[in-house]
Design a protein around this ligand. Structure first.
Ligand SMILES: [Cu+2]
Length: 199
């Protein structure tokens, strides 16, 4: 039994299947044409003068960003660390960026001779035991307090200098992380140490 007598399409199907199909096709065709017209209208209204302007703005932003990144990468970090007769560095932390060229100057601002109060600056690889390295370095006087068999634990180092001298080295900052630096002159690493922080 059909209760929905207002369903003309259904009734039409029973009465004349062919006619019903035609009606439905005609309705659908009208519907699709309307959709196409609406779509065209939408595209037309969006294709105004605003779109090219927006594209230009975003291109400019990307270019500016790239230029800034390049400049940042090219910047050389120039840093001077002082060491004195009181067996101290003036810095306990140095910040750098991964891959950055670092130009580091060690300035011995004291007056004592290298044999009595020599200083250097040694940047150690991650995971290096500072006490073990310091102990080995103290026994390496013949190699400027750099233990030859621990080369893989050293990222960079300066020569050992006395009061009134200075020395400069250049190296590339390692990957992100926190590294120890010390003076490897006998007995100094406990007092003369700091963190080299790479971001
Ligand atoms: Cu020292």
């Amino acid at each position: 039994m059909i209760k929905h007598t207002d369903n003309k399409a259904l009734i039409a199907t029973f009465a004349d299947g062919k006619k019903n199909i035609n009606i439905n096709f005609h309705t659908m065709k009208k519907y699709f044409l309307s959709m196409i017209a609406l779509g065209a209208l939408f595209i037309t209204s969006c294709g105004g003068g605003d779109t090219p302007a927006a594209t230009e703005t975003s291109t400019d932003a990307v270019t500016t960003e790239e230029t800034a990144t390049e400049a940042e990468e090219l910047a050389v970090l120039e840093i001077t660390i002082e060491a004195n007769d009181q067996m101290k560095y003036n810095l306990d932390r140095i910040n750098a960026k991964a891959g950055q060229t670092v130009k580091l100057t060690l300035d011995h601002v004291g007056e004592m001779a290298k044999e009595a109060m020599g200083h250097n600056w040694v940047l150690l690889a991650k995971g290096t035991n500072v006490a073990d390295f310091g102990g080995a370095a103290a026994a390496a006087a013949d190699n400027d307090y750099i233990p030859a068999d621990m080369a893989d634990m050293i990222i960079a180092y300066t020569k050992t200098i006395g009061g009134g001298e200075e020395t400069t080295i250049e190296f590339t900052a390692p990957e992100k992380g926190i590294y120890d630096y010390i003076c490897s002159f006998p007995g100094h690493y406990g007092m003369m140490k700091g963190k080299f922080v790479v971001q």
